[in-house]
Design a protein around this ligand. Structure first.
Ligand code: ASP
Length: 353
């Protein structure tokens, strides 16, 4: 009874805001497939070993016929790889295609199927370079399509429901896995094998989706999509930025090696509040002095890295990552380095995005 009443209220509110599509016309959703475990296959349904990226987009769509009630769908294969192999070539192709599709009047939303390993990086990258308020929703699975209790079909169904929902628009790029709707800037993979692997520890969930029924809790946090100052127009390559993890008894060898390999930027996955040993900090400051942009992030799963807390960033010419984890800090820094910027401007980006 209460549930029906709530549903009526929601429907009335949604109708009043014009946020549903005409009853006779389903929203149009394009599915871009990149591979991952959601398209993975194993020799048996109870086997741990499997190969990502075995199932094509048409098979993926055919496996979830229930989604046809939510949207008129068509699919395109962008790549078919495990997301551990995600690379700049696929990123640039994917971003270009998302921007093209999002600009089409007959496309209402986009779903991207992806592996879980690097989905947070791809989602955050798209969050910064897609110029649209239409829903762009990534989804994935922890179990291959052939597994007992595969999680891919329901994740895909829910992702289509979110992409077909106008209320999902304008919240930045979203990731839908295991009934939860995450913002691209907040989620992180927290378990190597569990179905409930993604968390949004600092900023919380954007919403939830249960069998296609969406609830939205919050707007996007951090500049994104239409507010983003980043653009890939004319970009054919992204600058190299490496991540170096801090640890007990660390010296500066890996920092120097990354610089020697041609890194234009370095992100330290520091201990605690972006800290590292004195020898590592000396090596980092020396590279910063030579013009490599050095960002302190943290290997800790949650919490911000603040400027000038235990490290004198002003004196050593370093940047603090604020609440971006190392993998997302690397994405932002790569885009930031597409043009000449002062350190204070780069620090501003870490506060605003
Ligand atoms: N290694 C796989 C991938 O990222 C894992 C997954 O999709 O869950 O493609």
């Amino acid at each position: 009874m209460i549930r029906t009443f709530r549903l009526c209220l929601t429907l009335t509110a949604v109708l009043a805001s014009g946020a549903v599509f005409a009853a006779d016309k389903l929203p149009s959703v394009v599915v871009l497939a990149t591979g991952g475990t959601i398209a993975g296959a194993a020799a048996s349904d109870v086997q741990a070993a499997y190969t990502s990226g075995q199932v094509g987009v048409e098979q993926l769509l055919a496996a979830v016929p229930q989604a046809k009630k939510l949207a008129a769908m068509r699919g395109e294969q962008i790549a078919n790889i495990g997301s551990q192999d995600m690379n700049d070539e696929v990123w640039l192709k994917l971003a270009k295609r998302v921007n093209e599709l999002a600009a089409m009047a007959d496309v209402d939303g986009i779903v991207i199927t992806h592996g879980t390993d690097t989905i947070e990086e791809t989602a955050y990258f798209l969050n910064l370079v897609v110029k649209s308020k239409k829903p762009v929703v990534l989804t994935a699975a922890m179990r291959p399509s052939t597994a007992l209790s595969a999680d891919g079909p329901l994740n895909f169904f829910n992702a289509v429901a979110v992409a077909a929902n106008k209320d999902a628009g304008g919240r930045g790029v979203l990731v839908v896995v295991n009934d939860w709707i995450h913002g691209a800037s907040s989620l992180t993979k927290a378990s190597t094998t569990a179905v409930q692997t993604f968390l949004s520890p600092l900023r919380g969930l954007v919403g939830t989706v249960a069998y296609g029924e969406c609830e939205f809790y919050r707007a996007a946090v951090g500049k994104n999509t239409m507010d983003s100052e980043f653009s890939l127009d004319g970009v054919t390559a992204l600058p190299r930025v490496d991540i170096v993890m801090a640890h007990e008894n660390m010296d500066g060898a890996i920092i120097d090696a990354a610089a020697a390999a041609g890194a234009k930027g370095l992100v330290i996955a520091g201990v605690g509040n972006g800290n590292m040993t004195k020898p590592a900090l000396d090596a980092l400051a020396a590279q910063a002095k030579k013009g490599i942009v050095c960002v302190r992030s943290s290997r800790v799963v949650t919490g911000r890295v603040g400027r000038n807390v235990e490290v004198d960033d002003d004196k050593l010419a370093l940047v603090a990552s604020d609440d971006l984890n190392p993998q997302k800090a690397r994405v932002l820094l790569r885009l930031a380095l597409l043009k000449q910027r002062s350190l204070s401007d780069i620090q501003r980006l870490f506060r605003e995005y």
